[in-house]
Design a protein around this ligand. Structure first.
Ligand code: SF4
Length: 266
């Protein structure tokens, strides 16, 4: 009952209370009732454990070891290496299929004559007669060449005779540049073996090929030129002289120059 009173008095702002009938008496002053505050709830601060948030890692790039293919370095075409001997040269020429002319030839025509000659006569290619006989400068043009040589005291057997091509072009057409280039090795080996002191280029095609020029034979003839440091004289082909006999006078001048040069260098 008293506690209820105190509660209401406290609510009205009255801290102490004494009964009225007891005020007149020497009533000891009642000590104010101490109203204890209502118990406060114990607030416990929760211990917050750090949350580990996984940080996504970027995927590592897949490094593939490159497969290194071996580098293929193309090798330049190797030249045909021929041991400089007559036997190997003959075999290489007879079995040669380096250009298209091997398909239409009857046989190869390497050359004929003295393999130690001071003079080497070089024409352009075998004709029909040469293809059949296997020897250069036969038939009518061959006979005229023999006569020209005889005029300056030379015999066919004492010199060496060859062509820049060893196979006959079909229909006696002019040799083509790829054919001349293909056959060049054989001619150079022949020259290497013979070691002539003088070369006579017979006809425009032989002269153009050996001198690497397109200058007409009419301007090349009648003078001392050179092929790989070997003295060279160009003159008309006997077959041309057979068609143009008026040019024989120029051919005769060339023959005299040949004779004179041989006399000088022999
Ligand atoms: Fe060989 Fe010369 Fe005959 Fe051509 S012409 S097939 S390169 S030998």
């Amino acid at each position: 009952m008293i506690a209820t009173h105190i509660y209401y008095l406290k609510a009205m702002g009255i801290d102490s209370w004494v009964r009225r009938d007891l005020i007149t008496q020497e009533t000891p002053i009642t000590e104010p009732v101490h109203i204890p505050p209502p118990p406060q709830p114990v607030v416990t601060t929760p211990i917050i454990e750090p949350v580990r948030i996984p940080i996504p890692q970027p995927p590592l790039p897949v490094v593939e070891t490159p497969i290194i293919e071996p580098v293929h370095i193309p090798q330049p075409p190797q030249p045909v290496v021929i041991t400089p001997s007559w036997e190997s040269l003959q075999h290489q020429v007879v079995t040669c299929t380096a250009c298209e002319l091997h398909k239409t030839r009857i046989q190869t025509v390497l050359g004929v004559g003295n393999q130690n000659a001071d003079l080497m006569v070089i024409g352009e290619a075998p004709g029909a007669d040469e293809d059949v006989q296997g020897e250069p400068f036969v038939g009518r043009s061959g006979k005229l060449l023999n006569a020209m040589l005889y005029a300056i005291d030379l015999k066919r057997e004492s010199i060496y005779i060859a062509n820049v091509l060893k196979c006959r072009p079909p229909g006696n057409r002019n040799p083509q540049l790829p054919e001349l280039v293909c056959c060049q090795t054989f001619l150079d080996i022949q020259i290497q073996l013979i070691k002539p002191k003088l070369i006579v280029a017979v006809g425009g095609i032989a002269a153009h090929h050996l001198l690497a020029t397109n200058t007409g034979i009419g301007k090349l003839r009648g003078q001392l030129l050179a092929y790989k440091n070997i003295p060279l004289i160009a003159t008309y082909h006997p077959s041309f002289l057979l068609r143009r006999p008026s040019e024989k006078r120029h051919a005769w001048l060339d023959l005299q120059l040949i004779r004179h040069t041989l006399n000088e260098i022999s």
